[in-house]
Design a protein around this ligand. Structure first.
Ligand code: OOG
Length: 262
């Protein structure tokens, strides 16, 4: 068991790595006791610290490592989640500066906005769908605070699942019973297709990932509140971002979202 002071010094390291844009070596080599449970403990403390020091607040949640390919790559069998803060959200109508980021990558995702609270345990896929108000296309920028994007499951959880920024499409579409596993997606970089995918690439159905997360959140008495956003996990592999790049993702029936970088 790691002592509170050690958890706080890990929080400090991660907080400062992001603030100064300087990657750190992964934690588990130095703290072999850091398991998944303690890693969520670190994540909770890191989010409290960011809310306090940056004057921001929780606006939603994100899933990570939801695709089979990524789980196999990491040798894990379960996804992760992280918190979205107000100061991570960017608008799609301006250029995004990469200056303060370490080694950013971008991923296309389906965003959900909820009309009622989702609180586990025991939340089902049907309940998630029933409480979904809107769907929107989203781009998530991930930026691991670890050197070379190299981490174990516990490391990435402690690092708020690599989350950095996110951009939602301007159009939120009322959810009307569409089968989200069949919704197609086209992801482009500088006008050329990078990849195509469908909702099913997230654990068979993106709502499965959300139900999983909500049930895990209940361990810490946390829940998804009405109006909060959930990014349901990458529909394809993450792509490195360079200055001058423009990315877009179009989601069948639900519109598109674009982000340009300087
Ligand atoms: C972990 C987070 C990835 C996703 O949707 O798979 C992620 C990583 O840095 O790869 O957000």
């Amino acid at each position: 068991m790691l002592k509170t002071e050690i958890l706080d010094s890990i929080v400090d390291e991660l907080f400062l790595a992001e603030k100064h844009g300087k990657a750190i070596p992964k934690l588990v080599d130095r703290y072999p006791e850091l398991d998944v449970h303690l890693a969520y403990e670190v994540q909770n403390r890191l989010i409290e610290r960011k809310c306090r020091d940056e004057g921001t607040k929780i606006v939603g949640w994100k899933l990570g490592l939801t695709s089979k390919a990524k789980q196999e790559m990491m040798g894990v069998h379960e996804p992760t989640y992280g918190v979205l803060l107000e100061n991570m959200q960017l608008k799609s109508d301006g250029s995004i500066s990469l200056k303060t980021l370490i080694h950013p990558k971008i991923e296309p995702e389906i965003a959900f906005i909820f009309k009622e609270e989702l609180k586990g345990p025991g939340v089902t896929v049907a309940e998630v769908l029933q409480k979904t108000a809107y769907i929107a296309p989203a781009l998530e920028i991930i930026d691991s605070r670890y050197q070379n994007f190299s981490f174990t499951l516990a490391d990435v959880i402690a690092d708020n699942s690599s989350s950095s920024r996110f951009i939602l499409g301007e159009r939120f579409t009322k959810y009307d019973g569409e089968d989200l596993s069949l919704i197609g997606m086209v992801f482009k970089k500088n006008g050329a297709i990078v990849s195509t995918s469908a909702g099913a690439s997230v654990m068979g159905h993106p709502v499965r990932a959300i139900a999983w997360m909500v049930n895990k959140l209940s361990r810490y008495d946390q829940s998804v509140k009405p109006g909060e956003v959930v990014l349901s996990g990458a529909l394809t592999g993450a792509v490195e971002i360079k200055e001058g790049d423009v990315f877009s993702m179009s989601l069948d029936r639900f519109g598109s979202v674009e982000a340009s970088f300087t």
